[in-house]
Design a protein around this ligand. Structure first.
Ligand code: APR
Length: 264
């Protein structure tokens, strides 16, 4: 009986699993591509949100700082309105469920093969799939954050009667936890991302075009320390030339295949 010759995809999955098996502190940088199979549009690329509607203006953060009450009024008005700017995206996130890629990452964590996820996604799907060791470098859409003390809480738990909503800890102004264009990355998320990058002995780069910084700098910093990089993305990216293993496949296919091999 003849066995089918090993394809380059099979080989890349096998090598990736072997690298995971022998590593002790694996860190993953994740982007919109992981949630694409949950029906959430990516940003760039043919059907990307920015490609279709243009990138948001850089002054979103400034406008929030100038008049947070006005920002909240508009945000509340637009809730549930698919025609409002970002309405389609918001509805896609509200309707989304974790996919096989998210679940495989949670399983890799439970199996002890994945120590930390630095996600650029704001959709809370990692947590819903069971992942716990996560840094949300661009925030979380379901949360709020205090501009003064950094306290974070669930958006659903705060009253929007009086605007802007204020922090239950220090009375500071609360904003949505999502990091706006022009807004500095919250210090705690940045510090933890650098800390995890320094600890990594293997780095996964999953579903990101790697064009937004500082997020895209983490795999590059790890690579400079001689840490192997594995890229999972159906398309070429700016990081592909640096990757030791390239898996040209959707994350929802590649990650479960790696978990399968590691279970054996
Ligand atoms: N599996 C894996 N990767 C995929 C899949 C999939 N099923 N589908 C698409 N991709 C890849 C695309 O090839 C692309 O390289 O996902 C990547 C998505 O890239 P972007 O749309 O640029 O998203 P991302 O890299 O997450 O953007 C970074 O930019 O606008 C900001 O704040 C926003 O967090 C976001 C940041």
């Amino acid at each position: 009986m003849t066995t089918a010759p090993e394809t380059s995809y099979d080989q890349s999955i096998r090598i990736a699993a072997a690298l995971l098996r022998r590593s002790s502190h694996v860190v993953a940088l994740v982007g919109a591509g992981l949630s694409a199979e949950s029906g959430i549009p990516t940003y760039r690329g043919p059907d990307g949100l920015w490609t279709k509607f243009g990138e948001p203006t850089i002054d979103g953060w400034e406008m929030f700082c100038e008049d947070p009450a006005a920002w909240w009024e508009v945000a509340i008005e637009r809730r549930g309105d698919a025609d409002a700017p970002g309405g389609e995206f918001a509805q896609a996130i509200d309707a989304a469920e974790p996919n096989a890629g998210h679940r495989a990452m949670a399983e890799l964590e439970q199996m002890g093969h994945l120590s930390h996820v630095i996600t650029q996604n704001i959709d809370n799907l990692h947590q819903r799939a069971g992942s716990t060791a996560i840094t949300e470098i661009h925030g979380n859409r379901a949360k709020v954050r205090c501009m003064n003390c950094g306290w974070r809480g669930e958006l659903a738990d705060i009253s929007l009667e009086a605007l802007p909503p204020l922090c239950p800890v220090c009375g500071g102004v609360l904003k949505n936890d999502t990091v706006m264009f022009g807004e500095p990355i919250p210090r705690d998320a940045l510090d933890e991302s650098y800390r995890q990058t320094a600890l990594a002995d293997l780095f996964l780069v999953i579903g990101t075009s790697a064009v937004v910084y500082p997020a895209a700098s983490f795999p590059i910093m790890a690579k400079r320390r001689g840490v192997p990089l594995i890229e999972i993305n159906p398309h070429e990216t700016d990081l592909s030339p640096l990757a030791d293993v390239v898996i040209r496949a959707p994350a929802g296919t590649a990650l479960p295949a790696i978990v399968d091999l590691l279970r054996r």
